[in-house]
Design a protein around this ligand. Structure first.
Ligand SMILES: O=C(O)CCC(=O)C1=CC=C[C@@H](O)[C@@H]1C(=O)O
Ligand SMILES: [Mg+2]
Length: 370
């Protein structure tokens, strides 16, 4: 590919329309990085970091991302020629973990590569779908009534799957109530590691609710106990936080720790590894879907492109921009119609950057010459 000449790291601050509560806590203000890779002909590729400001989801934060991108990852890109975006994850291999930092830069290279080749990011990845099914993730609500109202709203809006956050004290009864009101809709639960094997008998009650899956019920770094739980539950277990690589995937699948995997581009270190995980799961009968990290439009666009791969058989968390943001940094915004998103046909991520919005939300910019 044509050489990268410049990398820009912009730190943005955006305010979510609605606060988002999980078993870990509540967030509404989001700081994150947008990486821009520019070549000698002025083509611009964009990537988005999904790290939060506080290390509750993984060990990474906006702060660690800045340190690792500036001090280690960008110097690797300055010192090495790249012929294909797959080279990036190989070049970053000697640097341990820090997958969200790696993914931010690799995503910008993938977008630049697709634009240089005048193809969509979806087609550059090998995706064929022209539209993708999407679901919605509903944070923990102040009351069951409030949750039922939200479920009714999104079911009405055509979302293909409802993901409900659970935690001890807000789980079986709440899901029973949802299932009573909505006997047929596809429902899944996301526990964000709020349980242990001591809760197995309690969690087995969920088997009566015909859930699509229960996501990450046990520890964020576990696959052994999940294998024991899956052997005792009908409901398919979906792993999210436990899976950081193709190797983690292989071990979890061989142990029987899960039947479904939530692939998040940032959590696994970028699109190349996400594609490798997709291919492995497709060859081993494991369904995958694309998780969300409350992204702005650039990250959302990358999720859409990844979801066009054939093994993404289940609706993901890539809902429409305006559910999250008053104003997004892309134009047009990501729009959901009847629970589906049409895959953009423009080169790269397929959405233009809303330069004015990008400027408005940017709090810091650093430019690196490559
Ligand atoms: O982007 C979305 O709408 C999905 C958000 C979401 O469900 C999550 C974001 C980040 C961490 C978790 O709480 C949760 C998840 O596990 O997928
Ligand atoms: Mg999850």
């Amino acid at each position: 590919m044509n050489p990268i000449k410049q990398i820009k790291l912009r730190k943005l601050n955006m305010h979510l329309k609605h606060s988002f509560t999980t078993s870990f806590g509540t967030m509404q203000d989001k700081d994150f990085f947008i990486a821009e890779a520019i070549d000698g002909e002025g083509n611009r590729g964009f990537g988005e970091s999904v790290a939060f400001s506080y290390p509750w989801y993984s060990e990474e934060t906006v702060g660690t991302n800045w340190h690792v991108m500036r001090d280690f990852l960008i110097p690797v890109l300055q010192d090495n020629a790249i012929s294909h975006p797959d080279d990036v994850s190989a070049l970053f291999e000697p640097i341990k973990r820090n997958n969200m930092a790696k993914s931010t830069l690799e995503g910008a290279v993938w977008d630049l590569y697709a634009k240089q080749n005048n193809q969509t990011l979806a087609s550059a990845l090998g995706g064929e779908k022209e539209a993708i099914d999407v679901g919605i993730s509903i944070g923990i609500q102040p009351s069951v009534e409030a949750l039922l109202d939200k479920v009714a709203y999104f079911v009405n809006d055509g979302y293909k799957r409802i993901k409900i956050k659970i935690k001890p004290g807000w789980d079986v009864d709440v899901l029973q109530s949802v299932r009573q009101h909505f006997p047929k809709i596809p429902i899944m639960a996301d526990a964000n590691s709020a349980y242990t094997l001591h809760d197995m008998e309690h969690l087995k009650q969920l088997d009566a609710l015909n859930l699509m899956m229960i996501e990450q019920p046990l520890a964020h770094d576990d696959i052994i106990d999940h294998a024991t739980l899956q052997a005792n539950m009908q409901t398919p277990i979906c792993l999210d936080e436990s899976i950081h690589s193709l190797e983690d995937t292989r071990k979890a699948v061989e142990l029987g720790s899960c039947k479904i995997i939530n692939i998040k581009i940032g959590r696994v270190g970028g699109l190349s590894e996400a594609k490798r995980i997709h291919d492995y799961c497709r060859n081993n009968g494991i369904d995958v879907w694309c998780g969300g990290m409350l992204e702005a439009g650039v990250g959302r666009a990358h999720n859409i492109a990844l979801t066009t791969l054939p093994g993404f058989t289940l609706p993901g968390d890539t809902a429409g921009s305006l559910l999250y943001w008053e104003k997004d940094i892309i134009t047009p915004v990501v729009n959901v119609e009847d629970g589906m998103i049409r895959v953009p046909d423009q080169p790269g991520i397929g959405y233009a950057i809303d330069e004015e919005a990008l400027e408005q939300f940017t709090v810091d910019v650093h430019t690196f010459h490559v």
